[in-house]
Design a protein around this ligand. Structure first.
Ligand code: GLN
Ligand code: ZN
Length: 688
């Protein structure tokens, strides 16, 4: 966020002794035992920011020099079209961790914002965008006063303000937001109910409506028919409009024309940032004619007609898959329900010691492993050579787990680059870009797969590696899958099919994999869903609807498992308190969770809710290189026992080990198994 460079608070005590870049890096990464600021997702996007911490006595200071220099550079290039963008102090404060109340901090901040507007006015700026995304969240109602105060103060400066919202609709705030003293208001017409709100309440004639009409969160070209009809409806209500993307373009990659390896019919309907800007320009030209009939005629001859044809060609290129469509249509309630309830299937599942030990799936992805993949891709290794090398890694990993004495083993996931990409590459309906990077945080970028067609599993995806691993040991090896919600939430979804239908299609593919893993001898199958919570809508009232189909998708993927198969799931960094009923409804036999960072809070929430299935409350934080001692681990387990009956507890790290080094993993797991033994013996002793 640009304004963090221009506003400096006296940050929380722990950073006060640092200055300049030193302070900046300490806030981002931590330093000498000072924990970093928490990082969290920007609304429901996959972009992460550092949560500002503002102490009660914080006296914000401003230095707008850099910001103004940037603005002046843009003016030199764009003249009057240069519009500075400012995050509203209300959204800034609401997203920060505050000591003291928001109103007081706002009072301190507003003079600085006024000062900024004054300076912008002085350099000749004629409009400022103030972004207020907090308005679309469920908790915006109580911000009415703060927001009214903010805009009445900022309006006094005399620079016209465009108030910009995105990611969802204004909901109940719509009527009073319309009354704010701003020159224009921008709404997102690609998500939520803003069109209905506009139809219901109208739009003030003294303001300009900013129409977020091109979806800046997906990678698809517009559908000209539906976009033009929405625009006509909007114009019939308020003629004074401007067009723009639904939000910032930072959530999509740069330029779709660079994806030269994708099939042309697909590439032609992709729209990354560059294409979205073109779309805005084309739409604006089309709208320039005032008479709707002229507009229709124009549209026919314009580039929009070309887009229409491109979509038609695409539909022929990626036709609906009849098999999947029929399977989805014929689903019955039984397909979502395991054949026996948890209490009845429990006895049929494998017998394990109390406090069984396991890991979450991946083992270190060393440069040696990554090198194998690079060589295979370059053709320097044949498929057989590559697989043999992966199998050697699996063998080592199995031997290590046996030596350490782990009860339920994993094959180590050496063949997987990424838990979503690996599955996407084996399913039809997914495409992968070469340059489609989007920022996740700092200098970290991800390249999400694109779901473009019906999802079909042409052949087993994980069975070979499972078999290799299981053949090497008497102990049970977990079949390891990524769940439908995580695959969906970490991809760019289709725009022509609901997210629910896409999740169900993926679930059907995974369901076939579950059957194949069982046939290959898997007694335990883990289906990871770390992204379940990420898909939650911004508005609380829509949570139920999402959770209902998301949990159903997981059930569709796993309910086919026979009663004697133990189904695990894993979630990291997931607060459960408010969705515990939905977690229960997943009906997994075992869930492993992050617990060590949240100080056992997750475990307490689970306990309070009376969770009856088994739970692996991650005993140590895999994101830290520190090797936990046996004592620390035993202590962590003790907490577990205090909260839940022994027979419900599993012992495992809190996430996969792929980012760690062997030197850290081996002693940590040894200590973990040792700690489990100590607690088992103590428990036995107290029983006698
Ligand atoms: N099975 C995956 C792994 O161990 C789970 C990763 C995750 O939860 N993010 O890497
Ligand atoms: Zn995890």
């Amino acid at each position: 966020m640009a304004q963090s460079a221009t506003l400096s608070f006296k940050w929380h005590d722990r950073f006060r002794h640092l200055a300049g870049l030193d302070q900046y890096f300490a806030m981002a990464r931590g330093k000498d035992g000072i924990p970093a600021l928490e990082m969290t997702k920007w609304f429901d996007t996959n972009y992460h920011y550092l949560v500002p911490e503002i102490a009660a006595d914080a006296k914000p200071e401003a230095n707008f020099a850099d910001f103004l220099a940037t603005v002046q550079r843009s003016q030199a290039l764009l003249g009057e079209r240069a519009v500075p963008i400012i995050l509203s102090p209300v959204t800034l404060l609401r997203l920060s961790r505050l000591e003291g109340d928001l109103a007081t901090h706002l009072e301190n901040l507003l003079p600085l914002y006024r000062d900024l507007l004054d300076q912008l006015k002085a350099v000749g700026i004629t409009e400022v965008q103030v972004h207020e995304p907090i308005l679309v969240t469920s908790n915006a109602a109580d911000l009415r006063e703060a927001i009214a105060a903010t805009y009445s103060q900022l309006a006094q400066i005399g620079v016209p303000i465009q108030l910009v919202t995105y990611f969802d609709d204004l909901g109940a705030t719509y009527p009073w937001v319309m009354e704010l003293p701003v020159a224009g208001i921008s709404l997102d017409f690609t998500r939520g109910r803003n069109l209905a709100l506009l139809q219901q309440h109208g739009f003030p004639s003294d303001k300009q409506l900013g129409v977020g009409i091109v979806d800046a969160r997906n990678i698809w070209k517009i559908r000209p028919d539906s976009v033009l009809s929405t625009l006509e409806t909007i114009q019939s209500i308020t003629p004074n409009i401007r067009l723009h993307p639904s939000s910032s373009l930072q959530f999509v990659p740069y330029d779709a024309t660079r994806e030269t390896k994708l099939p042309e019919p697909l590439r032609n309907v992709l729209s990354f940032a560059q294409q979205k800007l073109d779309e805005i320009a084309i739409l604006a030209q089309t709208l320039a004619g005032n008479d709707p009939s002229v507009r229709q005629a124009c549209a026919k001859h314009s580039q929009l007609a070309l887009v229409q044809t491109q979509w038609q060609t695409f539909e022929q290129f990626s036709p609906a898959d009849k098999g999947v469509q029929t399977a989805l249509k014929n689903l019955t309630i039984n397909d979502f329900q395991r054949s026996l309830s948890y209490s009845l299937r429990l006895d049929k599942q494998l017998t394990l010691p109390v406090l069984p030990t396991t890991t979450i799936g991946s083992f270190p992805q060393t440069s040696e492993v990554r090198q194998l993949r690079v060589k295979y891709k370059r053709g320097e290794l044949s498929e057989a050579e590559y697989q043999a090398a992966i199998d050697a890694q699996i063998a080592e990993c199995i031997k290590l787990q046996e030596d350490i004495g782990i009860d339920v083993l994993v094959h180590g996931e050496f063949e997987r680059t990424d838990m979503v990409e690996y599955f996407g590459q084996q399913l039809s309906g997914f495409a992968f870009t070469e340059n489609g990077w989007v920022q996740s945080y700092g200098s970290r970028y991800v390249r999400p797969p694109i779901i473009y067609g019906d999802v079909v599993r042409p052949q087993p995806m994980t069975v070979r590696e499972f078999q290799v691993a299981q053949a090497l040991t008497e102990k049970p090896v977990k079949g390891m899958l990524t769940g439908p919600i995580t695959i969906l939430n970490w991809s760019f979804p289709r725009a022509d099919l609901s997210r629910q239908e896409q999740a169900f299609q993926i679930a059907l593919a995974l369901r076939e994999e579950v059957v194949d893993l069982e046939a290959a001898g898997a007694q335990v199958i883990q289906v990871d869903e770390p992204a379940l919570r990420e898909g939650l809508p911004l508005k609380l009232e829509r949570w139920n609807e999402y959770l209902s189909w998301a949990v159903d998708a997981f059930r569709l993927a796993t309910a086919i498992a026979q009663p004697h198969t133990q189904v695990h799931t894993h979630m990291c960094y997931c607060e459960f308190g408010d969705i515990i009923k939905d977690i229960e409804r997943l009906d997994a036999d075992v869930i492993s969770i992050e617990n060590s960072r949240s100080n056992n809070r997750t475990l307490q929430e689970v306990t309070k809710a009376g969770y009856s299935q088994q739970i692996g409350n991650g005993v140590y934080d895999i994101h830290s290189p520190v090797v936990p001692t046996t004592e620390q681990l035993a202590q962590q387990l003790q907490t577990g026992i205090m909260n839940l009956p022994l027979r419900q507890i599993w012992v495992n790290p809190d996430c996969g080990l792929k980012t760690r080094r062997w030197e850290e993993v081996i002693p940590s797991l040894k200590n973990m198994v040792e700690a489990a033994k100590i607690i088992r013996e103590e428990a036995n002793a107290t029983k006698e």
